[in-house]
Each structure stands twice: as structure tokens, then as C-alpha cells.
Design a protein around this ligand. Structure first.
Ligand code: PAF
Length: 280
């Protein structure tokens, strides 16, 4: 695995790959890798000649400075995992390298960015769009792989690619869960034993809510899941939202939309967790 911490040599390596007609599959990450990331990487490796991974904890997508400061960093473990999936190239710049000057671009994602994470984390998606566009510019991947746990992020990136005609195919990948149902996340390692034991209740409650689709309206399902989640003392619920699976907007009747998901964000101790489940 070749490791690049600066942009120019990384670009040179990419053009070497291009000269020999190699296709590039890209998995952007913020490190603290887990099995969910490895799934994206295995798929990218299988579907392309070259697997490129980036590790960059992007400060401008954190609306909460404490969250940025406590974001887990596990560089040695990450390197071992990257070698395990035979990553060809790691791009791991520092903040100076990525932002020698502040990037003040303001993106417009309309209603897509005004709900759920967009409403609770002001500026978050703009920061994601800035860094992802920059990474796409530098690494020019053919395909880029994103997990559906961050479903709204995936929708934002699909919109970014369309708006700016970026020549990359975005590949959505299913959520990878622990055996007990907890969605894999870099943040999970910050949960205490007690919190970790209770965390699978999120998926359990979402699944139960979804199973009641025949008897509950979208509004009632949302209410049901909210009530059940609020019964768990350690959960500090931010939102439960049922939305169509493309525009991510609320709707009244199941037959108003072609597909829907239930989304949740909550605070468990000092850790913020999100999850979502497909309804149909
Ligand atoms: O999902 C993440 O890990 C980050 O938001 C991403 C896409 C790497 C951008 O910093």
C-alpha cells in the first residue's frame, strides 16, 4: 500500500494508474475504521482495478468542537485493516494540506439539507460537500462508495455530483450491523459498557415500528418509535423521522411515495448515534 500525505504526489500516482487504463474505486473515510468501512473497501476492490482510501478528519463538517476533539483516531489499527483488504493507495492529508486557504464555498441542496441532520447539525453538509468535492477533484475516482447509515449524506453527495457534473458513479452500500443489530460506526468505541449494552435497542425499536406498517399511518409510526425510544432512560432523542427515500421529505399516506425510510438520531451518554431502516 502506498501512502500519500500530500496532494501533488497523490495526483501523480493517480495519473500513473490512468496511463495504464486502470479503474479507480474510492472509499472516503475519517479513519477509526471498522467492519462497515471494510465492506465498502472489499466491494470497491472487487469492482475496480485500484482501491484508493482517504483518511481525513474534516474539521469543517463538525458543528460541535467537542465532537471533533473526541473523534476517535486509531492510525495503527487503520493501517493494519487497510493492508488486510489490500488497499492500493491511502491518501491521508493533514488540515493544512487540504485547506491551505479556507474554502468558503456555499452549496445549495434545498430541502434535502434542511431536514434531519441538516436541521440538527448546521453547516455539517456544507462541510461534507466541500471535502468530498475536493477529494473527487484530487483522486478522480471512477466509482465512490458510501454507506447507507449516513443516508442523508449519500443523498447530498448524489446531488453534488449531479449539480456539478462530476464524472464519478456513487455506489450506495447497505448498513453493516453488529450481531446484536447496532449499526457499525466509528463512534461506537466511545460508548461505555452500559451504553453499548443498551444501544441495540435503537434498531430493535425501528424494526418493530416498521413491522407495524399495515396498521399505522406514517405519523403514527413516527409517534410509536419516538415513544418507545423515549422510554429508554439513557437515550436523549433528537428526532425520529419518516421520509421518502429520495427527497427525504415527510409525507402523509404510504401511497404518496415510492419508497420510505425511518430515521433516528439520539444522544447516548456523550455519543451521538444515527440509524435508519427501509420501510418499503
Ligand atoms: O462519512 C464520512 O466518514 C465523512 O462524512 C466523509 C464522507 C469521509 C467526508 O468527510
Amino acid at each position: 500500500m502506498q501512502i500519500f500525505e500530500t496532494i501533488r504526489p497523490a495526483q501523480q500516482q493517480i495519473s500513473e494508474y490512468r496511463k495504464t487504463g486502470k479503474t479507480i474505486g474510492f472509499v472516503p473515510t475519517m479513519g477509526a475504521l471498522h467492519e462497515g468501512h471494510l465492506e465498502l473497501m472489499r466491494r470497491a476492490k472487487a469492482e475496480n482495478d485500484i482501491l484508493v482510501v482517504s483518511i481525513f478528519v474534516n474539521p469543517i463538517q463538525f458543528n460541535n468542537p467537542a465532537d471533533l476533539e473526541k473523534y476517535p483516531r486509531t492510525p495503527e489499527k487503520d493501517n493494519a485493516m487497510l493492508r488486510q483488504v489490500k488497499c492500493d493507495m491511502l491518501f491521508a492529508p493533514d488540515v493544512e494540506e487540504m485547506y491551505p486557504e479556507p474554502d468558503n464555498t456555499i452549496y445549495q441542496f434545498g430541502k434535502l439539507a434542511s431536514v434531519m441532520e441538516g436541521a440538527f447539525r448546521p453547516g455539517h453538509f456544507n462541510g461534507v460537500a466541500v471535502v468530498v468535492r475536493k477529494l473527487f477533484d484530487i483522486l478522480t475516482p471512477d466509482k465512490a462508495y458510501f454507506g447507507e447509515k449516513d443516508y442523508q449524506q449519500l443523498a447530498i453527495i448524489q446531488s453534488l455530483v449531479k449539480q456539478f457534473s462530476i464524472p464519478v458513479e456513487i455506489i450506495p452500500c447497505s448498513i453493516v450491523r453488529e450481531k446484536d443489530g447496532l449499526a457499525m460506526s466509528s463512534r461506537n468505541i466511545r460508548l461505555s459498557d452500559n451504553e453499548r449494552a443498551i444501544a441495540p435497542k435503537i434498531y430493535e425499536i425501528l424494526k418493530k415500528a416498521v413491522s407495524l406498517r399495515k396498521v399505522l399511518s406514517p405519523f403514527e409510526m413516527e409517534q410509536y418509535a419516538s415513544k418507545e425510544l423515549q422510554k429508554i432512560e439513557l437515550f436523549d432523542l433528537e428526532y425520529v423521522s419518516i421520509a421518502d427515500d429520495t427527497g427525504l421529505q415527510a409525507f402523509t399516506h404510504w401511497n404518496d411515495v415510492n419508497g420510505a425510510r425511518i430515521f433516528v438520531a439520539l444522544q447516548l451518554g456523550k455519543v451521538r448515534l444515527i440509524d435508519n431502516v427501509r420501510i418499503f
